[in-house]
Design a protein around this ligand. Structure first.
Ligand SMILES: Cc1ncc(C[n+]2csc(CCOP(=O)(O)OP(=O)(O)O)c2C)c(N)n1
Ligand SMILES: [Mg+2]
Length: 366
């Protein structure tokens, strides 16, 4: 038995105003431009560490997040720039974070894989594959507790994004089990871009051609959306979000998408053909929405160029902000914001002392 909900998936297209769709177009264009400039800055060695761009997948974050309320928690994996921007993080704080600068959203301590913005209820950015999935359950537990026990009077849902590679992590299965048992309003959104690093989903995942089986194992309703079409993503997600908000229980969504660039900044991409990439690029979500808006008379080529210019200007400013932002001062910042609660004798004040040893020395155990 699958828990697919054909009714929810086959509903007629939601009528979304042209103004809203223009906003989605700009949001996707901003992410695309941001990622292109990120790749450039990485090649110029202005960004260090691991870095994974979201080009091709923009419709997923934009369509899903558009279906939430601003205070619904959102959490994701390391390919997180698009989600942070779609959630409303200012591009300059995201860029400066990747530059490792004080002006970044986590004062330069998180980097590309750990963007975080409590203000917009964006809870990261997590580098361990599947690591965010129990945290998603925890966020959903917290919102339910706040509503029902602390009397907040507001039902919220958590969006927990994951890649197809995370489907095989034990943590996800423990988290999904808990969500069902405890009735936690967590929506697991699998961005199925068909690869985890260089391993195709068919090679690494059981029942790859029917992921509804994963949801069925935990009694969750399953939904699917075309991730190359932001309106299709929104239409499915709006119904899922509204329903889970009211029912306060978990759901599982598969979004079929594709990444145009390599897994990370160093990837020879021997596991796929150039034709395969071109095939997906031909159904590009940005061009698709722009064409639909042009056909509807809500946009013309000049308007499209203006949008393009405005996102270029914004990202250029973000780069400038990141370049001009100071480096963190190790003396002042190394131990700040790392441990926030003192926990006794070995709390944060004693940490510098405990760590003050020559490389190779083994510090005395406390
Ligand atoms: C627990 C763990 N194992 C392995 C890795 C190395 N690793 C980083 S990304 C990745 C692939 C994950 O693919 P997927 O979940 O499909 O996400 P995508 O890169 O496609 O967005 C792997 C295996 C890791 N970060 N964490
Ligand atoms: Mg993947």
């Amino acid at each position: 038995m699958t828990m697919t909900d054909p009714q929810a998936v086959s509903q007629p297209v939601e009528r979304v105003s042209a103004k809203t769709r223009l906003k989605w177009l700009r949001d996707m264009m901003l992410i695309r431009e941001f990622e292109l400039r990120t790749m450039q800055a990485y090649q110029e060695a202005k960004i260090g560490g691991f870095c994974h761009v979201y080009i091709g997948q923009e419709a997923c974050a934009v369509g899903c997040i558009a279906a939430t309320n601003p205070d619904d928690p959102v959490i994701t994996a390391y390919r997180d720039h698009g989600h942070a921007l779609a959630r409303g993080m200012e591009s300059r704080y995201a860029m400066a974070e990747m530059f490792g600068k004080i002006g970044g959203c986590a004062k330069g301590k998180g980097g590309s894989m750990h963007l975080f913005d409590k203000r917009t209820h964006f809870y990261g950015g997590h580098a361990i594959v599947g690591g965010q999935t129990p945290l998603g359950a925890g966020l959903a537990f917290a919102t339910r507790y706040e509503n029902e026990v602390l009397g907040e009077g507001k039902k919220r849902v958590t969006l927990c994004f994951l890649g197809d590679g995370a489907l095989n992590q034990g943590a996800l299965h423990e988290a999904m089990n808990l969500c069902t048992i405890l009735e936690l309003p967590c929506i697991y959104v699998v961005e199925n871009n068909r690869y985890s690093m260089g391993t195709s989903i068919e090679r690494g995942t059981s029942m790859a051609d029917d992921l509804s089986t994963k949801a069925a194992a935990y009694g969750m309703p399953y939904f699917q959306a075309d991730g190359m079409d932001v309106c299709a993503v929104y239409n499915v997600m709006k119904r899922v979000v509204d329903r889970m908000r009211s029912e306060q229980r978990p759901a599982f969504v598969e979004i079929n998408t594709y990444r145009y660039k390599g897994h990370s900044m160093s990837d020879p991409q021997k596991y796929r053909t150039k034709d395969e990439v071109s095939e997906y690029e031909a159904s590009d979500p940005i061009r698709r929405l722009a064409d639909a808006l042009i056909a509807a008379g809500a946009l013309n080529e000049d308007g499209f160029k203006e949008l393009n210019q405005s996102v270029r200007d914004e990202v250029r400013d973000a780069i400038k902000w990141a370049e001009q932002s100071p480096e963190p001062d190790p003396a002042a910042d190394l131990y700040s914001d790392v441990v926030t609660e003192p926990f006794g004798e070995y709390g944060p004040t004693s940490l510098p002392e405990m760590c003050d040893h020559e490389p190779g020395d083994v510090p005395e155990s406390p």
